[in-house]
Write a protein that binds this ligand. Structure first.
Ligand code: AMP
Length: 210
């Protein structure tokens, strides 16, 4: 299955992508994680991306399109993949079409802005592997420590409340129009984010028929 997850920052795309990945054994590809990794390692691309990410803006299309093109050509994508956080603009969606990628389903996880702002303040990510947690909704087994790799859990710089508002603005202006873009292809499905993570997952799996 070739799947795109759409949704505002903090809507839970990353967590649902991990769960779908476990269920279907296909890779979950997060441009955000790849960019953060590059920033941590101080690569050329990471240095280019840093100021955009920290200000809550999108990294230029040509940079992310290049990252995705390379990633999707890897062998592990042959049987499908989950795109978490890409595309985020119409030109990115057009670039994906031009690569000849046939997407099966585009699932949008719907969460109101107000709830997002509340949720983001409790979000924690592993500084080593990028796994995502929440101090209330998705607690790690041991406080401050990643279940998967034992790495330290930290607050993302761009999860600060003022940056979250900027990211939501960018989402509504640049990413939300993708719903119309994919609705026209008949591939768009919606799942409404719930208070309980497991309830959202049930709706996501049902929408995907998995
Ligand atoms: P995320 O972890 O998906 O919320 O991404 C974190 C940040 O990485 C975003 O706020 C953007 O600055 C950048 N980013 C991730 N994916 C994209 C994309 N597809 N297009 C542009 N910028 C992106």
């Amino acid at each position: 299955m070739k799947l795109i997850l759409l949704g505002a920052p903090g809507a839970g795309k990353g967590t649902q992508a991990e769960l779908i990945c476990e269920r279907l054994s296909i890779p979950s590809i997060s441009t955000g994680n790849m960019i953060r990794e590059a920033m941590k390692n101080g690569t050329e691309m990471g240095k280019k991306a840093k100021s955009f990410v920290e200000a809550g803006n999108l990294v230029p299309d040509e940079v992310v399109i290049g990252i995705i093109k390379e990633r999707l050509s890897a062998d592990d994508c042959a049987n499908g993949f989950i795109l978490d956080g890409f595309p985020r603009t119409i030109p990115q969606a057009e670039a994906l079409d031009n690569m000849g990628v046939e997407i099966d389903t585009v699932l949008s996880i719907e969460v109101e802005d107000e709830k997002i702002v509340k949720r983001m303040s409790g979000r924690r990510v592993c500084e080593s592997c990028g796994a995502s947690y929440h101090i209330e909704y998705k607690k790690p087994e041991k406080e401050g420590v990643c279940n998967l790799c034992g790495g330290k859990l930290i607050c993302r710089k761009d999860d600060a409340p003022e940056t979250v508002l900027d990211r939501l603005k960018v989402f509504h202006e640049q990413t939300e129009p993708l719903k119309g873009y994919y609705e026209k292809t008949g591939k768009l499905k919606l799942a409404y984010g719930q208070e309980e993570l497991s309830d959202t997952t049930a709706l996501v799996f049902k929408a995907l028929g998995i």
